[in-house]
Structures are given as C-alpha cells and as structure tokens.
Design a protein around this ligand. Structure first.
Ligand SMILES: [Zn+2]
Ligand SMILES: [Zn+2]
Ligand SMILES: [Zn+2]
Length: 252
C-alpha cells in the first residue's frame, strides 16, 4: 500500500491566517500544512481518509482517477468540509462514503441537498454507508477495521488497514481499543503542539502513545503552528517518531 499525506495541519492550517510567528513565516515547504487528509492506494483500490476544506487543492496534485471510498473519522468541518468538491469524481459513479452514525448525521446536516428527494442536477452523488467500531468492512482489496478514540468527550473513528493504523484528533483512548492498533507497523497519529489542549494530544502525549503501540514507524499529523518548524522538531524527535509533511508518500 502507498499512503500519501495530503494534509498534516490542524483545523486552521499552517500558516495560520494573519499570523507572523516563527513557523508561519518559514520558507520551508514542510511548514505549509493543509487540513488533515490522506490517500491510501493499492494497485486495485484508492481510498481517501477525510475530505477537508483543502480537498480541491490537495487532489489536484494527484492523477485524476476513481476514488473507491472516502473514510470519515468524524464530523468536524476540517475533516468533511471539502465533500462538495468531490463532484468531478462522480463521473466514475456514486461516491461511497463510510462514516459512523454521528458523522452520517453530520453529513446529512452539512450537505442536505445531496440527500434531498429531488436533487439539483450536478450535486455530488453520495452513497452513505454507516459503519460501526469493531465491525470490519471491505473496499476492493482492502479490509478496514474501525476502532474508537476519544476527541475530548466525542467518540470518533480511527482505522486499522493491514499494517497501518490511522488516528487523528485523539486526546485519549480506552484500553480495549489498543488491541485493534497493536501490531501495526506504521502508526499515523495526531500531535497538536507542546502546551496541553482539551481535545488533542500534545507532542509528548503522542510520543508516549507511539511508544505504547511500538510501531516500526510513527508519523505525526494534525499539527498547529505552535509545534514549531518541521525540520527543527524532527531533529529533536527519535527517528522512528517523526512529523509527517504535506505531499509525503510512504510505503506501508
Ligand atoms: Zn481536526
Ligand atoms: Zn503562526
Ligand atoms: Zn475534530
């Protein structure tokens, strides 16, 4: 499998609008972070994980071909706000979107016109699939096991796909979920900044979590400008736990 990080930034992106801080004024392209999303591809199957407001810009960097499914972690705008821009992909057929009951509800509220009885011609054709934690499902040659992480008091989904575990927007996790993550070779998990936040892990919490899971390689995402510059942060981190960057491609 090939994983492309389409976006590795927090909800407002980096640089932050109007900010002149050390990170936001960096000339290094690794310090430009769009909202979190990733593309997971095999020879047969192409999945998008989350579809935030930067989707259009992100997907233009990729070859134009069918997307077999969109996995939604949760119904926050930075993970779903680009859904209307999937329209061009409807020429390959309906777009299959997989989300838990809460995120399905969010989808209906955000895009009511996509689910209306009489749809305006040209609106995205979305086939919504309700998924539940611990109930695996198949898309093409990929089997996906959704598990639950806590985003403050909101339960959201992480995904285990083969040797990959993908987690965003986590603050904490219940012990019983760990069994779904253990044994992964590649862990993707969120690290917001150094100072505590009520709904996101800090960098040191992310490093502790990475050590607990013990993946061969951990990539950190959903970072804000407060985390500092990519190169300098990575130099301080162990080589098996590193900040990911937009456009980075890894083999899983
Ligand atoms: Zn988020
Ligand atoms: Zn800044
Ligand atoms: Zn969120």
């Amino acid at each position: 499998m090939k994983l492309t990080f389409l976006g590795t930034g927090t909800s407002c992106g980096v640089p932050t609008i109007g900010c002149k801080c050390y990170t936001c004024t960096s000339k290094d392209p690794h310090d430009k972070r769009l909202r979190c999303s990733a593309l997971l591809e095999t020879e047969q199957t192409r999945l998008l994980i989350d579809c935030g407001p930067d989707f259009r810009q992100q997907i233009m960097t990729q070859p134009f071909r069918k997307i077999d499914g969109i996995l939604i972690t949760h119904a926050h705008y930075d993970h779903m706000g680009g859904m209307d821009d999937i329209r061009p992909y409807c020429q390959f057929g309906e777009i299959n979107v997989y989300a838990d009951p809460l995120a399905c509800q969010g989808m209906l509220q955000m895009l009511p016109y996509c689910f209306a009885e009489h749809r305006y011609p040209g609106v995205p054709a979305i086939q919504l699939h309700q998924i539940e934690k611990h109930h695996p499902f198949q898309i093409g040659d990929l089997q996906i096991m959704p598990f639950e992480v806590m985003h403050h008091d909101l339960p959201i989904l992480g995904f285990r796909i083969g040797s990959l575990a993908y987690i965003t927007d986590m603050k904490s996790i219940h012990e019983e979920e760990i069994t779904f993550i253990k044994g992964c070779e590649t862990l993707v998990v969120n690290a917001l900044r150094n100072t505590p936040h009520h709904s996101h892990q800090t960098l040191s919490e992310a490093v502790d979590f990475a050590r607990r899971i013990g993946a061969r390689q951990t990539w950190l995402i959903h970072s804000s400008h407060d985390i500092g510059r990519h190169k300098e942060v990575n130099a301080q981190l162990p080589s098996d736990i590193q900040l990911a960057y937009d456009g980075q491609v890894i083999e899983v």
